[in-house]
Write a protein that binds this ligand. Structure first.
Ligand SMILES: Cc1cc2nc3c(=O)[nH]c(=O)nc-3n(C[C@H](O)[C@H](O)[C@H](O)COP(=O)(O)OP(=O)(O)OC[C@H]3O[C@@H](n4cnc5c(N)ncnc54)[C@H](O)[C@@H]3O)c2cc1C
Ligand SMILES: [Zn+2]
Length: 212
């Protein structure tokens, strides 16, 4: 077994997302002229502070569709249990490593549970040993990976690329950071939030406070 850590790598994010969202939202009020003071492009500190207040007012009024104009793509390392839950979120695009085609000849990669006792860790390690043994035996007997995978556990590691707009990311993070979400997904959601928050602090930074 190859133990791997969960990770969230921000691959791409709409540049200057706050500016873009303000630019678009102001069409609703015909107030584009308020995008900037006497600075050249509305990016001075004074305009940035005013922009944050404007975006905060949109969020307060649940005028959230304007945040769909910005998007982010992540490369996530997690396990099959978590990807199974993640792909239930319908307003996102996904591409993940396939257990049908990948042959784990060097050992099955796995994300360990968040153990609370040595007994539980021991039981998990024993189950992993058995699963890996069965997987290897099937490959050795000529089974293709798509057949051998039937004995792989939910903690088998997976890489998944996810692209979603900011509104959907906010929704996913809120649901999956909440106390009743799966512990591994909570860890992953926190990693995503940490990387995404700087892209549009006013839209993402309140989530943790709200859930505290
Ligand atoms: C703690 C927890 C426990 C869960 N337990 C289970 C479980 O036991 N079994 C199970 O099957 N699932 C379970 N789920 C999954 C859950 O039911 C949702 O499928 C999942 O969280 C995706 O979120 P979502 O439906 O809000 O929508 P997303 O697909 O992320 O869509 C975002 C939003 O768009 C809107 N939307 C999207 N599609 C539609 C539509 N067709 N019609 C109307 N509005 C739409 C909704 O407002 C939705 O909230 C669980 C989720 C959580 C967080
Ligand atoms: Zn300015």
């Amino acid at each position: 077994m190859l133990e791997v850590e969960q990770s969230a790598e921000l691959i791409q994010c709409t540049p200057d997302a706050g500016w873009l969202i303000e630019r678009i939202a102001r069409v609703c009020y015909h107030s584009e002229d308020r995008m900037k003071c006497d600075c050249p492009d509305g990016r001075c500190p004074r305009c940035a502070a005013r922009r944050d207040a404007f975006l905060a007012s949109l969020i307060k009024r649940r005028h959230e569709s304007v945040f769909e104009h910005a998007a982010a793509t992540f490369r996530l390392m997690t396990d099959r249990g978590v990807t199974h839950e993640l792909v239930r979120h319908r307003l996102a695009s996904y591409t993940q490593s396939s257990t049908r085609y990948i042959r784990y000849a060097e050992g099955v990669p796995a994300v360990r549970p968040l153990f609370t006792s040595p007994e539980r860790e021991g039981a998990w390690r024993e189950a992993m040993r058995q699963a890996e043994k069965a997987y290897s035996a099937l490959l050795d007997a000529g089974a293709p990976p798509q057949e051998a995978r039937d004995v792989l556990p939910a903690c088998t590691a997976a890489i998944i690329f996810v692209t979603a707009n900011f509104r959907e990311w906010r929704h996913i993070i809120r649901l999956r950071l909440a106390k009743d979400a799966h512990p591994k997904f909570r860890v992953l959601a926190h990693l995503i939030l940490t990387s995404l928050a700087p892209c549009c602090p006013v839209f993402f930074s309140d989530i943790e406070k709200e859930l505290a």
